[in-house]
Design a protein around this ligand. Structure first.
Ligand SMILES: [Zn+2]
Length: 266
């Protein structure tokens, strides 16, 4: 059932308002290119319903529900029970995490993050984690939860190699975005080369993380605006680029990463 000419985009936000007028076309273009699994992450309770609807409409959409650290201060009474109901119908918990740059209170971020890690441990659903400038605390928290068996994906990885090895020791998967194509990101490329193929993912984070390094001729315009955003179909370029960095056959590379997608089908 796995394998073939299929790609997984391990992290994106198809429900984002920037896709409102073009979503159907964006999904069609992606599927036409072989992007047959798109791991769609909610960011706050406001979009849980939208993500659930997308997963019902498109069989290629993998639905993850959660509260992003940027929105940790917007939770409302009873949120965790409501989240659990969505999670049990979906494939995972995300996007959750810690962000040292966001204005949201750190204590609040941790409280919301831990509640969702606990939900993962209880339900057996994998988590997708965002971490910016909070790696020390992140490692301390994550090691107190037994999440290796349920699946733990660190998306858009930008940490050090030391952090990377600690995450891999804990059984984590690590995903890289098209930032990898920025020649200035030397450390990121080094980390990327260290990740065993059975722990690796690639992602667009669409509509975010558009980069002219890879997508210069693949612009998608945000509705009503003039700046470009990324879309899941762009990931084919990232796979080719990444396979080149690792000096591996692109078909073998794609198949190995596709197989990793089983963490979302537990
Ligand atoms: Zn994201």
């Amino acid at each position: 059932m796995m394998g073939g000419g299929k790609y997984i985009d391990a992290h994106l936000h198809l429900q984002d308002k920037r896709f409102d007028d073009i979503r159907e076309a964006v999904v069609k273009r992606a599927v036409a290119k072989g992007v047959e699994r798109m791991v769609c992450n909610a960011v706050s309770e406001e979009d849980w319903h939208a993500v659930a609807v997308l997963a019902k409409k498109y069989k290629h959409v993998v639905a993850c529900f959660g509260v992003h650290p940027w929105h940790a201060d917007k939770i409302e009474e009873g949120w965790l029970q409501r989240l659990e109901a969505f999670v049990l119908e979906g494939c995972g918990i995300g996007e959750i995490g810690l962000d040292g740059i966001a204005q949201v209170d750190k204590q609040k971020q941790e409280e919301v993050f831990c509640a969702q890690l606990d939900l993962s441990a209880r339900t057996g659903k994998p988590v997708t984690i965002h971490c910016v400038k909070r790696w020390g605390r992140m490692l301390e928290i994550v090691k107190t939860f037994e999440l290796a068996a349920t699946g733990m994906l660190f998306h858009s990885f930008g940490g050090s190699q030391e952090t990377l090895f600690r995450l891999l020791d804990m059984g984590a998967h690590v995903s890289f975005s098209a930032r990898l194509a920025d020649p200035a990101r030397k450390k990121m490329r080094q980390a990327f080369l260290q990740v065993p193929l059975d722990r690796l993912f690639l992602e667009t984070d669409a509509p975010d993380q558009y980069t002219s390094f890879l997508f210069h001729d693949l612009k998608t315009l945000k509705s009503g605006e003039n700046s470009a955003c990324s879309e899941p179909g762009h990931i084919v370029r990232l796979y080719d680029f990444a396979a080149g960095l690792r000096k591996i056959d692109p078909d073998v590379f794609r198949e190995r990463i596709w197989d990793n997608g089983q963490i979302f089908t537990n």
